[in-house]
Design a protein around this ligand. Structure first.
Ligand SMILES: Cc1cc2nc3c(=O)[nH]c(=O)nc-3n(C[C@H](O)[C@H](O)[C@H](O)COP(=O)(O)OP(=O)(O)OC[C@H]3O[C@@H](n4cnc5c(N)ncnc54)[C@H](O)[C@@H]3O)c2cc1C
Ligand code: FES
Length: 280
């Protein structure tokens, strides 16, 4: 198997913008042409979070966007980050003009299914899981794809729904769900997906990609298996190295195959839902 790390760059890069988005979210735009050119949606970078070797372990972040546009003219990568602990706290304090140490791109790009009309391609994001889905949409638009994308985003409340405006600005059908009903459907994003699946006309070819918290990913896997849908789930397991060396990110192999462990960083992070065991 070709390891994604074979084409990965490691270096120190300049921060072009650092934007506070409120509620612990922020965005970092980084001048990193060689990473930006080669990154495809679903891939991630490993970020050194401190100025020295403490903390030693890098933190993984999906590439949220590349600028000015995806492809060979891209010169910058954009990360969308939510504060979770000391590493993301340190990254939130960086400023424009400072440097950041990155390794990437890592992992495999998200798949692009070939669907015959009538079709629906669902992109389901929970919380910070929204991050890789935006670049996916930008890439499809750049290549003039006719894949009928439907974005569904869920969060606890409206102020935690970050990034939905970006999809709407691209003209993509976007549906929202919040636990407290402050925006969109009151309930979780899987209920919303269930409703949408039920409203499709007979014969519609369905595929989808989901990325979200563990509970959302489990529910998405169950729906995909029960209804025999071509869904993929992008996992955000802890990744101490990000390039296959430590086995710190493994999941058990498919439930119907011999038990084997799969490294999420080099075999994923996106896996066919049907290959994921009932608990992962
Ligand atoms: C492939 C991949 C892509 C990711 N993309 C993004 C992204 O685009 N934006 C973003 O904000 N975050 C993303 N994450 C999650 C991010 O890596 C973690 O939030 C970060 O490492 C936390 O570091 P910390 O030092 O701030 O917190 P830590 O001290 O490491 O953790 C703080 C809290 O968060 C929990 N936590 C930390 N990492 C994870 C994890 N991977 N899964 C579940 N719980 C966790 C811990 O249990 C703890 O409660 C991604 C993770 C992976 C594996
Ligand atoms: S993070 Fe080290 S093997 Fe995956």
């Amino acid at each position: 198997m070709k390891m994604p790390v074979e084409s990965c760059h490691v270096g120190e890069y300049n921060i072009l913008e650092h934007t506070d988005l409120g509620e612990g979210w922020f965005r970092i735009d980084i001048d990193a042409p060689e990473i930006a050119r080669e990154t495809r949606a679903g891939q991630f970078v490993q970020v050194r979070v401190g100025p020295g070797d403490d903390p030693l372990i890098r933190r993984p972040f999906s590439v949220y966007d590349v600028g000015p546009e995806p492809g060979e003219n891209a010169t910058e990568i954009r990360l969308l980050i939510q504060k979770a602990g000391p590493g993301t706290e340190a990254l939130s304090r960086l400023r424009k003009g400072e440097s950041i140490r990155l390794m990437g791109p890592l992992g495999h790009p998200m798949p692009v299914p070939d669907l015959k009309s009538p079709a629906a391609m669902f992109l389901v994001g929970g919380g910070i899981g929204v991050a890789p889905l935006y670049l996916y949409c930008r890439e499809r638009q750049k290549e003039g794809s006719t894949l009928p994308l439907k974005v569904m985003l869920g969060a606890r409340r409206e102020s935690l729904l970050i990034g939905h405006q970006g999809f709407q600005d691209l003209g993509i059908e976007t549906y929202l769900a919040t636990d407290d009903g402050s925006a969109g459907h009151q309930g979780n994003v899987i209920e919303l997906l269930d409703q949408q699946l039920g409203s499709l006309s007979e014969g519609t070819q369905v595929a989808g990609i989901g990325c979200g918290p563990h509970g959302m990913n489990l529910a998405l896997r169950d729906i995909a298996v029960e209804r025999d849908l071509e869904f993929w789930i992008s996992l955000e397991n802890y990744m101490p190295c990000g390039f296959g060396a430590c086995f710190g990110c493994v999941i058990a192999g498919p439930s119907d195959g011999p038990l084997r462990y799969r490294r999420v960083c080099v075999e994923g992070p996106c896996f066919p839902a049907k290959e994921l065991p009932e608990t992962f």
